[in-house]
Design a protein around this ligand. Structure first.
Ligand SMILES: [Zn+2]
Ligand SMILES: [Zn+2]
Length: 394
């Protein structure tokens, strides 16, 4: 089969690999019909996540048709499914709490040492996201093996819902929703979201659906800010305004009730400490750049909530710990418990309450995946979301 393959920093290619096979009784093999490039794939592409290796197949946002099932899979051949990016066993302590992205069984024992050293406990398995998370081949491919296929994938019974409408159930829609849920939004709240990328936009959309009175989205890409406005959000362009002053002005001098950092470790910023972080990251003594998060913590109101869907992988320094304590903030973060939200969100898509298709800017054949990565990285304003279609002629 053909699959998007990591060769080195900013070097990905579509190569030929052996077709995946059933390994465990609960596996299924899916023929991919649509797969997306995620902002967090750019962390792999840029080489800032350790343990991605030459030859790895990337991709964790995908859907398709079931073509083969193990004896204990609950799926049937021919079913159309969206697969969550988190791999979860469904029966460990964490899966029992619906904390699927903390699953204790999906990251194979021999892969756990590095994440255990970095984070204190091993991470769960994720598709196509380095050997820290199990080294599972991803779904930017013609076919993929889905472990625990009786737990993860959601079956799309309604064939009139085309791929564009449901594909984002695999990651970014549940991720945006959980980010808003983690911000504990109640009626009338003012919420500020850093980053008008896919997760930031879906978090903003979710916050409005949860009853936020005002959602303010912060970015510097004009087209992305336009998408935020289209959702009914206010916007701040951080190249044109002082973000903290603008937020104070928009909130009667108090600050937002909740803040969401949908930028993560690659955040831009012009402060001295951010420049130092960039320099350190570049020479490989890697502190995560966290300027969005630092700004969010300083801007949020006293007693406010901080939600972090943006991906961080290592350490950061000059963290405003004092502000966290003295302002009495609460913080929630984490990889998405995708399986927990898929059914709810599919219902909202079916009912027409959520439409995510506004985000898609480009649809490319899988063979053009490398070009998709290059453009998604370098022309972020224009390439808001790239969908790869393995079945599409080049
Ligand atoms: Zn993703
Ligand atoms: Zn589990």
């Amino acid at each position: 089969m053909r699959a998007l393959t990591f060769h080195g920093t900013q070097d990905v290619r579509v190569d030929t690999h052996p077709d995946p096979e059933i390994v465990n009784p609960r596996d299924a093999i899916i023929q991919i019909t649509s797969t997306a490039i995620c902002g967090s794939d750019l962390h792999l592409y840029d080489g800032v996540i350790p343990a991605v290796m030459k030859g790895d197949i990337l991709g964790h946002e995908f859907m398709g048709r079931v073509i083969e099932t193990g004896p204990h899979s609950t799926l049937r051949k021919g079913q159309r499914v969206v697969v969550p990016f988190t791999i979860s066993c469904g029966s460990c302590f964490f899966c029992g709490q619906q904390q699927f992205s903390a699953c204790d069984n999906s990251n194979p024992v021999e892969k756990r040492d590095m994440s255990e050293q970095l984070y204190g406990t091993p991470m769960s398995g994720l598709f196509g996201y380095s050997h820290l998370t199990g080294g599972y081949p991803g779904g930017q491919a013609e076919y993929v093996r889905v472990p625990y296929s009786d737990v993860g994938p959601i079956v799309i019974e309604d064939d009139s819902l085309d791929d564009d409408k449901v594909l984002f159930l695999s990651d970014i829609l549940p991720t945006g929703w959980m980010a808003a849920e983690n911000a504990e939004i109640t009626n009338g709240d003012t919420v500020a979201v850093w980053g008008a990328g896919p997760v930031g936009l879906f978090a903003a959309q979710s916050a409005l659906l949860m009853g936020a009175h005002k959602v303010i989205v912060i970015d510097h890409y004009p087209n992305r800010l336009k998408l935020a406005k289209g959702l009914g959000c206010d916007v701040i362009n951080f190249r044109e305004s002082n973000v903290r002053e603008a937020l104070m002005e928009m909130t009667g001098g108090i600050g937002p009730d909740a803040v969401i950092d949908a930028v993560g470790m690659e955040s831009h910023g012009f402060s001295f400490d951010n420049m130092m972080d960039i320099a350190k990251q570049t020479v490989g003594i890697g502190a995560d750049r966290a300027s969005a998060l630092k700004q969010a913590i300083l801007a949020v109101r006293k007693g406010g909530r901080v939600s972090i869907p943006g991906v961080y992988g290592g350490m950061t320094d000059k963290f405003p710990l004092g502000a966290l304590m003295e302002k009495g903030l609460s913080v929630k973060a984490g990889q998405t418990h995708t399986q927990k939200y898929m059914e709810l969100l599919l219902g909202m898509i079916t009912d027409g309450k959520i439409d995510t298709t506004f985000l898609i800017s480009h649809r490319l054949p899988l063979e053009q995946a490398a070009e998709g990565y290059r453009n998604f990285k370098s022309k972020q304003d224009e390439f808001t979301k790239v969908i790869l279609k393995p079945g599409m002629g080049a």
